[in-house]
Design a binder for this molecule. Structure first.
Ligand SMILES: CC(C)(COP(=O)(O)OP(=O)(O)OC[C@H]1O[C@@H](n2cnc3c(N)ncnc32)[C@H](O)[C@@H]1OP(=O)(O)O)[C@@H](O)C(=O)NCCC(=O)NCCS
Length: 206
């Protein structure tokens, strides 16, 4: 698994990226199943309110998770970390995925986990025959660089799309529309189900 290592001292040690020896086997779970909706609800309640507000994590997301129509929500978990670390979720219609949520608990950011799990997610998209993955990111978000690194390109811009209530500094922001094209094509129905099966079972060992 692609965890980046970084060594150093002082501040750097505190922020040091976590290697596999420290966080073993993060994997995906299907949040619509079993106790996961309840655990997601608790995860959201435990977040700082600014995080849940600007990332649209609330009761409507939990409702959507329990009644998935074209939507998928893959929880990122690690037994070692004691449960849910974050999630990737969105919609899958025909052979296109649109990501609405990509979120890690603040305690687990900047340790290589997000990139690693997003790469695995993209592998799942390739294998399930998804042709394109779309997302929107705030123009000032550091996450934009992460998406460029993972192979996304900018496909558009929505001026002033995010109002002040959607940002930490209460400034409105443009949305950058990004797309990742897999080069795959498929005409199977239920691509979302196939994707979730691959993420939670087929790719579990990667
Ligand atoms: C985006 C996110 C899931 C990435 O996961 P991660 O494990 O922190 O990312 P990694 O450690 O693998 O990679 C670090 C990269 O993430 C991005 N990043 C770092 N901190 C971030 C933050 N607070 N918010 C958004 N992106 C961040 C940067 O591009 C960073 O790259 P850099 O090292 O070149 O600066 C996570 O930072 C997060 O949950 N952020 C808040 C929610 C968010 O902004 N989601 C994206 C919505 S489009």
């Amino acid at each position: 698994m692609d965890f980046s290592e970084q060594s150093g001292s002082g501040e750097e040690v505190h922020n040091r990226r976590v290697g596999p020896a420290e966080l073993k086997d993060p994997r995906f779970v299907d949040l619509s199943t079993g106790l996961w909706p309840e655990l997601l609800s608790r995860f959201i309640s435990g977040l700082p309110s600014i995080e849940s507000r600007i990332n649209a994590l609330g009761p409507s997301l939990v409702r959507e998770v329990t009644e998935p129509t074209h939507s998928f929500h893959a929880g990122i978990v690690s037994p070692q970390a004691g449960g849910l670390l974050g999630l990737i979720g969105g919609y899958c219609v025909l052979d296109e995925v649109e990501i609405h949520t990509f979120f890690l608990h603040p305690d687990w950011r900047n340790k290589g986990i997000g990139s690693s799990m997003f790469r695995r997610f993209l592998s799942g998209c390739h294998l399930s025959g998804i042709s394109s993955v779309y997302l929107e990111v705030r123009s000032r978000s550091p996450a934009k660089q992460l998406y460029f690194r993972l192979g996304f390109r900018q496909s558009g811009i929505r001026k002033g799309y995010y109002g002040p209530e959607w940002s930490v500094d209460e400034q409105s922001d443009d949305a950058i529309v990004m797309v990742y094209t897999t080069g795959e094509m498929n005409d199977r129905p239920n691509m979302g189900e196939r994707l979730m099966e691959l993420l939670t079972v087929g790719l579990a060992g990667l």
